[in-house]
Design a protein around this ligand. Structure first.
Ligand SMILES: Cc1cc2nc3c(=O)[nH]c(=O)nc-3n(C[C@H](O)[C@H](O)[C@H](O)COP(=O)(O)OP(=O)(O)OC[C@H]3O[C@@H](n4cnc5c(N)ncnc54)[C@H](O)[C@@H]3O)c2cc1C
Length: 397
């Protein structure tokens, strides 16, 4: 009977798996490369089926207490004039039960449910895999019954067990950068978006934060050397209007600068022998899908549940996890390319037309209903899975 499970990565997916494995009577160990759990971060959405997972995990109330409470979203023009404004939930594509929260707040809540029950090892990582024998960067070697890679889009576990990421990580042709900036616009739980050809810039403030976040979403910067991401961002956004120059200045000092290709992970199989993949490592849908967090939550719950249902027989469990999860993951992955095309417009004609349409729409009485209709594919995809009840050994880990 499988008992010990090594999980690589204390992100949303890995922490959800750890929680549910404990409740099913397994003994998970979590190894996380970062020296400590990271707080804060960007805002993420919990939608549809994932809300039910959060409820069963016992943290729904706390998630709601820590919601970002972004009350309004607006598109601005070059001079900063609000061209279109909407309420925050319509703007962010959230339905009544969905919740938006900072990624770090969610991981903190998940972590707290198991911090005394699970062996968490921060500042370490898997260096080598030989069957079920794991050598860590710290030098120690140990054996586990199973190993789960929940270590994100650039998963090291995937590389060790399945091969180089070039075979699985598909570049969508865009870049994303995000960091904390001073809230010099004095935003109070508001999100502003400025769109120019191939370059979209967002700034938002969330409840309880004195700083703001700036996010840059843009087409692959042809001819720009990306070895220094801050410089690459500066060059890609040179000559942009609105508050962009001021935001770029702030980027230079940001302590938490993140820059990556927008990418999706596609694999024929999510397991190989005793190793399985979960979350972005297996089926990253990209930040543009708005569903990565929900996929991590649902996947973690299902993988633990199927291991319990199969009495620890990992071959049966991995096959059942993949059979349930794959159609859901693939449906949500389809949202990514469509969304990014709506968010990053390719020509000035497209930008002008979109501004006019948004301006008209935001003044119509039925604007929230129209926005909801536009978001229908997202909500359908977010709900396109049933969350089974798996018998647990304990109510709480
Ligand atoms: C800029 C940005 C904006 C986003 N916006 C949204 C959004 O609005 N809505 C939404 O739903 N999702 C959003 N996402 C996506 C979402 O954050 C991810 O899809 C989700 O967090 C996936 O969770 P995960 O646990 O699979 O991976 P991750 O969150 O990437 O966690 C992986 C963990 O593994 C650790 N790790 C990495 N390598 C190793 C290693 N070798 N050994 C040990 N540990 C390792 C990492 O430090 C990290 O803690 C966004 C992502 C980004 C980058």
């Amino acid at each position: 009977m499988t008992k010990t499970v090594l999980i690589s990565g204390a992100g949303v997916a890995g922490l959800t798996l750890a929680h549910w494995l404990r409740r099913h009577g397994f003994t998970p160990t979590v190894v996380e490369r970062a020296p400590a759990l990271r707080d804060g971060g960007y805002k993420v959405d919990i939608r549809g089926a994932a809300v039910e997972v959060v409820r069963r995990t016992g943290i729904l109330e706390q998630v709601r207490e820590r919601r970002t409470d972004v009350r309004a979203g607006a598109v601005v023009d070059r001079s900063g004039k609000r061209v279109a404004s909407m309420n925050g939930d319509s703007f962010g594509g959230r339905e009544e039960h969905d919740a938006e929260i900072l990624r770090g707040d969610l991981t903190r809540l998940l972590f707290e449910t198991t911090r005394d029950e699970v062996d968490y090892r921060f500042g370490d990582a898997i260096a080598a895999l030989d069957g079920t024998s794991v050598t860590f960067s710290s030098g120690r070697t140990e054996t586990f019954d199973l190993i789960v890679g929940a270590d994100g889009v650039h998963s090291r576990t995937r590389e060790l067990a399945f091969g180089p990421e070039s075979g699985f990580v598909h570049d969508m042709g865009y870049r994303v950068a995000i960091c904390t900036v001073p809230n010099h616009l004095g935003l109070d739980r508001e999100e502003l978006t400025y769109v120019s050809p191939g370059r979209t810039t967002l700034v938002y403030s969330t409840a309880g934060q004195t700083t703001a976040k700036a996010m840059f979403l843009f087409t692959e910067p042809a001819g720009i050397d990306e070895s220094d991401p801050r410089r690459a961002l500066r060059e890609a956004y040179a000559g942009q209007g609105w508050e962009v120059p001021r935001l770029l200045e702030a980027v230079a000092d940001a302590p938490d600068f993140y820059y990556d290709r927008l990418a999706q992970v596609r694999m024929d199989r999510w397991s190989a022998g005793p190793v399985a993949l979960l979350g972005d490592a297996a089926y990253c849908a990209s930040p543009a899908s708005g569903q990565g967090t929900s996929l991590g939550l649902v996947g973690g719950y299902l993988l633990a549940g199927e291991l319990a249902a199969a009495g620890g027989d990992h071959e049966t469990a991995f096959a059942a996890y993949e059979a349930r999860m794959r159609p859901f993951a693939e449906r949500n992955q389809k949202l990514g390319p469509a969304n990014v095309k709506r968010m990053v417009l390719s020509s000035s004609g497209q930008v002008r037309m979109s501004m006019v349409m948004l301006g008209v729409m935001s003044r119509l009485p039925g604007r929230d209903r129209m926005m909801a209709a536009m978001m229908a594919p997202l909500h359908k995809a977010a709900n396109a899975i049933e969350i089974p009840d798996y018998a647990t050994r304990s109510q709480h880990p």
